[in-house]
Design a binder for this molecule. Structure first.
Ligand SMILES: Nc1ncnc2c1ncn2[C@@H]1O[C@H](COP(=O)(O)OP(=O)(O)OP(=O)(O)O)[C@@H](O)[C@H]1O
Length: 234
């Protein structure tokens, strides 16, 4: 049994079904990437796990328990951190206040959790009093990840963490994700940047038109001529 196990998932928005029978698993300590063309349903798969898309059928299990159809706050309370693609920090609040919001379910920001994330992301330690909206795009993404990590979730979901970043910052973002995973947090990312994501992850899942197309080790997918031709530009 994986930490996150999604089987035969149907999901969408209201009456619109976007996902058709999607399977997805993230093992303990594993780093999994969902890649695929625009509109494939990658973000929807992630949103269905966290309760932001309509669950229409199939199983979603986290740590051996069903979370299918649960509201986002219940999913997060069970130990899944989630960083949406956009609007993932409160721009008018300071860095420290953003971290405090990550702790609101804990009834306050424990010193050890603040210390742990500041140790991991020193760039934030120097900017605690700065408004989040004044940080660069990359720094805001780091803050969003740090906030999601405050409750110490065993699984972190990142929706397009490299979106909108200058090319030289993309590698830096992926280095941060590697470091999070190296500290024992299981990671599921959705990425447009398929090649880089597949190079970095343990396992990749290629989605197209709301269905699984390929699931394999990242390196095996990168080597697969059919995957390269259809999804990686040759
Ligand atoms: N809130 C929503 N309400 C209705 N339809 C939506 C909503 N969000 C996404 N969709 C539709 O669901 C389909 C899949 O979108 P999704 O964002 O999951 O794709 P994606 O693979 O993440 O693509 P992209 O890389 O372009 O974000 C698209 O047709 C999109 O228009």
């Amino acid at each position: 049994m994986s930490l996150l196990d999604v089987a035969d998932l149907d999901a969408g928005y209201g009456d619109l079904q976007v996902l058709h029978g999607v399977d997805l698993a993230v093992g303990d300590g594993e780093y999994v990437a969902i890649v695929g063309p625009n509109g494939a349903g990658k973000s929807t798969a992630m949103k269905a796990v966290v309760g932001l898309a309509t669950h229409m059928g199939g199983a979603v299990q986290f740590d051996g328990e069903s979370i299918a159809g649960l509201a986002p706050q219940s999913v997060i309370e069970r130990g899944i951190g989630y960083v949406p693609q956009t609007e993932n920090v409160f721009p008018t609040l300071t860095v420290e206040e953003n971290l405090q919001i990550g702790a609101y379910r804990l009834g306050g920001l424990p010193d050890d959790r603040q210390a742990a994330v500041l140790d991991q992301f020193p760039i934030l330690a120097d900017r605690l009093e700065q408004r989040a909206g004044n940080l660069s795009g990359g720094q805001q993404q780091v803050l969003a990840m740090a906030r999601a990590l405050i409750p110490d979730p065993p699984l972190l979901l990142l929706d397009e963490p490299s979106a909108g970043l200058a090319p030289d910052l993309v590698d830096e973002m992926f280095d941060h994700i590697d470091a999070i995973n190296d500290r024992g947090v299981s990671v599921l990312i959705v990425e447009q940047n398929a090649k880089t994501a597949l190079e970095r992850c343990d396992r990749g899942c290629v989605l197209a038109q709301g269905e699984n197309r390929y699931v394999d080790d990242g390196a095996a997918l990168l080597d697969d001529p059919a995957v390269r031709r259809q999804f990686l530009g040759g």
